[in-house]
Structure formats: C-alpha cells, structure tokens
Design a binder for this molecule. Structure first.
Ligand SMILES: [Zn+2]
Length: 238
C-alpha cells in the first residue's frame, strides 16, 4: 500500500516530540506578515562545524521534509557536525499540497534582498549570523526519471551523493549533478532560491537535491536520506 504523507500538524508534533528523546532544540520562528511559524531545529555539539538542511519549500514536494524528519528520528546524521535544520519552509503549501504558499508565492524565488516573502524573511533573519560547512535543500521534480542534484562549489559531494543513491539500487537521472553558473541561474529562475542565497553569503558548498516525484513516496524519502548522509560524510572539516 502506498504511504500517505502526514499532515503539517503531525509533522510539527513529531519534531516537537524529538525534544525529549534526541536532545533536539526546536524553535518556532514567526513569519511576520503571515499567520504561521516555521520550525527551526538545532542539534549536535555546537562547537562542531555546522551543516544546514532545509526541505519543503515547494509544498507539493513532501519527500525531503519526511526524509529530514526520519534522519533525526533515527539518529542517522553524522555526529562530526552540528545541524541547523528547517524542517518545512512552506507550511501552508505543504498543508494544501501546492508548490506555492497560501499567498500564491513561490517562496524559493524570494530569498533575495533580505527576503521577499514572510517565510524567506524569517529564514534570512534567523540565519543572519551563521556560516555553514555545507548547505542542502531537498526538492522533488515531477518530470525526472531519477534522482539528481544542483551543486555550487561542492568539491565532488554531488557526485558522491548520486553514487550512494545509485548504490542503494534507486535510479539516478541522466542529468546527474548539474553545476549551473549561480548568476545565470538566478536570472533564469527569476529570483534567488535558498541555495543560491546561501551559496552567495553563508556556505561554500551548497547542493539542491531533486527526487523523482513519479516514484512511490517511501522510495523518494529513502533516496533523500541516502543522499543527505552521503553528502555529510563527504564533507571535510577544515
Ligand atoms: Zn522544488
């Protein structure tokens, strides 16, 4: 039987439940100008290099958000790092199953100029003083045949993540690891994505993972979890 995705409320409840069992620090960050908050989760030894992972900016792409939750619930993140996680950066879109937020905004085009949507502004403001050893954003693509990624300054991490997905028996898309020019990319999509913003000012290595939405949800969640673990394990600590 196909897996059903949990509601946003259920997702939130499961993250908050981790406070007790996993030493995860969870905050709700207000989205000024919209009636909602974003979850921000921190875990790991704060003296370690920091990795940030975000998911769910497109509400009709649930696998990344569910993979991130599963990785923390299963205590499967590499302990060499501390983590700053954004479990679902578009709660109203997730709830409605739509790419855009309730206001009709594609949030992942609004990370320029301090944030052009309530969600982007909340993230930009809360992330202001942070630098990351690695930044990941988890997406899905309804046209892809298999898993692929976009990478900026990744030092081979994208290829390693795809190799790990392939080794798990899941399909990778022929386009593999794409490395577009960040400036041209911002122009062609018509705004700054979270990955492009982080690449610009906070993270030397930035990747966007894309799972193929045509596959079963459970399979897509497993692909993201595999890719995230491979990317973290390939990240060198300087
Ligand atoms: Zn997306």
């Amino acid at each position: 039987m196909a897996m059903e995705r949990p509601t946003y409320r259920e997702l939130e409840r499961r993250w908050k439940a981790l406070r007790a069992s996993r030493d995860v620090r969870i905050r709700e960050v207000a989205c000024v100008g919209a009636p909602r908050t974003l979850l921000c989760a921190e875990l790991g030894d704060p003296s370690r290099p920091l990795i940030t992972i975000a998911a769910g900016v497109h509400g009709d792409e649930p696998a990344g958000a569910l993979a991130l939750l599963a990785l923390v619930e299963d205590d499967a993140l590499d302990p060499r790092f501390a983590y700053r996680l954004w479990p679902c950066t578009n709660p109203s879109g997730y709830e409605a199953g739509t790419r855009a937020s309730a206001e009709g905004t594609d949030i992942n085009r609004t990370f320029g100029r301090g944030g052009g949507s309530p969600e982007a502004r909340a993230i930009v403001t809360a992330n202001r003083d942070y630098k990351f050893a690695l930044a990941l954003d988890l997406h899905e693509d309804d046209e892809a045949e298999g898993f692929y990624c976009y990478a900026y300054g990744d030092e081979g991490i994208g290829d390693a993540a795809l190799a790990a997905v392939r080794a798990s028996g899941a399909p990778c898309d022929p386009q593999g690891c794409l490395r577009p020019d960040p400036h041209l990319e911002a122009e062609s999509i018509g705004g700054l994505s979270l990955s492009l913003l982080l690449r610009r000012n906070a993270a030397a290595r930035t990747l966007t993972f894309e799972s193929p939405a045509r596959l079963e949800l459970a399979e897509r969640i497993a692909m993201h979890a595999t890719a995230v673990r491979a990317a973290c394990s390939q990240t060198t600590v300087k």
